[in-house]
Design a protein around this ligand. Structure first.
Ligand SMILES: [Zn+2]
Length: 151
């Protein structure tokens, strides 16, 4: 009888931990993730998300100072406003600002941009607050949901 000379192939190495992809980092990651918790913000998805949030904030700051001209009508904030109005109906600018956690001045910029595109109607309460309402909520909603995600 021949002796078995061929060793069985080694079992595939499937470690549950591996080194963090950041070169200078010696921490191990869990469950095969590429980065340790310290460096998760290096991950491309997180980078992309952070840059979206930064872009959004930069846009809002430009709208605060320069108004409707700076509004990206396909951007996250404009879409969020349209979505909000389509779900809740008429709203005062102050209430929108509170509910979307935006500065009133910024909301006015977005409202002006929607008004330029004739997407809203505006009226005034007895106390002088501006009330905003979408002309055609259903159409607006279907429009914003067909935009490509920016994320
Ligand atoms: Zn790390």
């Amino acid at each position: 009888m021949l002796a078995r000379t061929v060793a069985p192939p080694p079992r595939p190495h499937t470690p549950s931990t591996r080194a963090c992809k950041v070169d200078a980092c010696e921490l191990m990651t869990r469950e095969g993730k590429p980065f340790c918790p310290e460096h998760v913000d290096v991950h491309p998805y997180v980078q992309n998300l952070l840059s979206c949030l930064a872009n959004r904030q930069a846009e809002e700051e430009r709208v605060r100072t320069a108004g409707a001209l700076e509004v990206d009508i396909d951007g996250i904030t404009a879409r969020e406003l349209v979505l909000h109005l389509s779900l809740h109906g008429a709203r005062t600018v102050e209430r929108i600002a509170r509910e979307l956690q935006l500065d009133t001045q910024i909301v006015r910029g977005y409202v002006a941009a929607l008004d330029e595109r004739d997407l809203i109607t505006q009226s005034t309460t007895n106390r002088g607050s501006l009330v905003v309402k979408l002309r055609d909520p259903e159409r607006c909603l279907s429009q914003i949901t067909t935009f490509q995600s920016v994320a």
